[in-house]
Design a protein around this ligand. Structure first.
Ligand SMILES: Cc1cc2nc3c(=O)[nH]c(=O)nc-3n(C[C@H](O)[C@H](O)[C@H](O)COP(=O)(O)OP(=O)(O)OC[C@H]3O[C@@H](n4cnc5c(N)ncnc54)[C@H](O)[C@@H]3O)c2cc1C
Length: 414
């Protein structure tokens, strides 16, 4: 790859920063320009709903790289700058300050942004969304004042914010249209475990209902729910999911469908343009279909694949989705991407909050979640990717090491 070439990365967050790092690690000697709309150098978002939000971690702990890394690696950082135009014929990206960057390869790592509510009263002050470190700072300041919080949405962000707000001593009410928290991913049986975790910590859960309106005089004072209840509050946090930031790609004429469509090399229909992270709806070599996920681990794993593909190497995206969540003293890791399952098998008693749950289809594990049990995500992933056939009894039996199930399959296969 010529040293005269310019690789531009739009999106200076986890995926963008890791891709830039990989380009240099792979020996790319050309120009690397990393453009980011935020003023901070790339940082990690998971702490923003956890220890950082609770004031237990400082800002300098969240960055992806040390401050000097980009200069040392000769990566040109353009922070506080938004790419506003993509001209695929000229192979140019225009920034909001008028600079035009010509690229030989372009990586779009523009991530995702929170879905906004449009219910009456949505523009009152005191209604928070959480995506950036600035959002976290303003919410953290508000939590410092105490009072009552209503969290709209019991997905991962909502559930973690509810936990952090309770840990900071606020009264917390969660409003969620589904019947249990986290139902979309975990299903009703495992979601009920998280419902109990939150109610044990004093969170009031209003399930099966949504927001009718926010009310207040200038700032939010109460939430009216669709089933006719009224909850007084001092602040609201909305966590109702995110949508991929595809505006730039759309404007450049790339194919979009729930994210930027890319193949298993993370390459778009334009051979010089790639996408990675939350914004990429990528063909997945293991699942044989397009998958878009919004996980920290996905950004970390897709970035090197995209960077190597940009360099013309044969890199494939086949990493099974993985994410983690911490709520109170309940830590978990989840691997898999099941469309369907027919039952859940538990290893350990969920009531103890130290267990593994396996989502099963027939005699195969399609997802696994370890809760307060550690160092098992590798064998769980291997059981999934090697399509190990296993009985419910053996899965549930803590005396059978998970690694043995994989080893047995490997022995019978050889
Ligand atoms: C509060 C919070 C907690 C989370 N906790 C977890 C967790 O516990 N576990 C987990 O697995 N995942 C978690 N996640 C998800 C994880 O952080 C994301 O999957 C990850 O940040 C995705 O990285 P990304 O680089 O693809 O996109 P993003 O982090 O969204 O970054 C995209 C960047 O691109 C910039 N950008 C967009 N458009 C332009 C443009 N036109 N020009 C210039 N710059 C642009 C944006 O400003 C942004 O900085 C959490 C997310 C949040 C918000």
């Amino acid at each position: 790859m010529s040293n005269q070439q310019t690789f531009v990365i739009v999106g200076a967050s986890l995926a963008g920063a890791k891709a830039a790092e990989t380009l240099r690690n792979e020996g790319f000697g050309g120009r690397v320009v990393l453009v980011g709309a935020e003023n901070d150098r790339p940082y990690e978002r998971p702490p923003l709903s956890k220890d950082y939000l609770r004031g237990e971690a400082d800002r300098d702990t969240i960055y992806v790289h040390e401050a000097g890394f980009y200069a040392e690696q000769d990566i040109e950082l353009r922070l506080g700058r938004t790419a506003v135009e993509l001209d695929t014929s000229a192979q140019e990206v225009a920034l909001d300050d008028g600079e035009r960057l010509r690229y030989d390869r372009l990586l779009l790592a523009t991530g995702a942004e929170p879905r906004r509510l449009s219910s009456p009263g949505s523009d009152l002050s005191g209604i928070h969304y959480l995506r950036s470190v600035d959002d976290a700072d303003s919410l953290r300041e508000r939590l410092d004042q105490g009072g009552s919080a209503v969290v709209i949405g019991a997905g991962w962000i909502g559930a973690e914010v509810a936990a952090s707000a309770r840990q900071r001593g606020l009264d917390v009410t969660v409003v969620e249209p589904a019947s249990v928290p986290l139902e979309r991913v975990l299903g009703s049986e495992v979601g009920a475990i998280y419902r109990d975790v939150h109610s044990d910590h004093g969170v009031q859960l209003l399930l099966g209902t949504g927001v009718e309106a926010f009310e207040g005089d200038g700032s939010v004072e109460r939430v009216r729910t669709t089933d006719g209840r009224t909850v007084d509050c001092d602040l609201v946090v909305v966590g109702v999911g995110v949508q991929p930031r595809t505006q730039l790609a759309e404007q450049g004429g790339l194919a979009i469908d729930n994210g930027i469509l890319v193949d298993e090399h993370l390459q778009s229909g334009r051979p010089e343009i790639f996408a990675a992270g939350d914004v990429a709806n990528a063909q997945h070599a293991f699942y044989g279909e397009r998958v878009r996920v919004e996980h920290w681990d996905n950004a970390i794993n897709q970035a090197p694949v995209a960077a190597r593909s940009m360099l013309g190497q044969s890199a494939i995206h086949d990493h099974v989705p993985y994410f983690f969540s911490d709520q109170y003293d309940v830590g978990m890791e989840y691997s898999g991407y099941p469309r369907l399952w027919d039952r859940v098998v538990f290893r350990g008693d969920p009531a103890t909050r130290e267990f593994i749950a396996f989502w099963m289809q027939g005699d195969h594990v399609v997802a696994g979640m370890n809760v307060n049990v550690w160092d098992v995500s590798d064998p769980i992933r291997d059981i999934i990717t090697q399509r190990v056939a296993v009985s419910d009894e053996r899965l549930a039996d803590s005396d059978v090491p998970l690694a043995d199930l994989v080893a047995e399959k490997e022995r019978t296969a050889s």
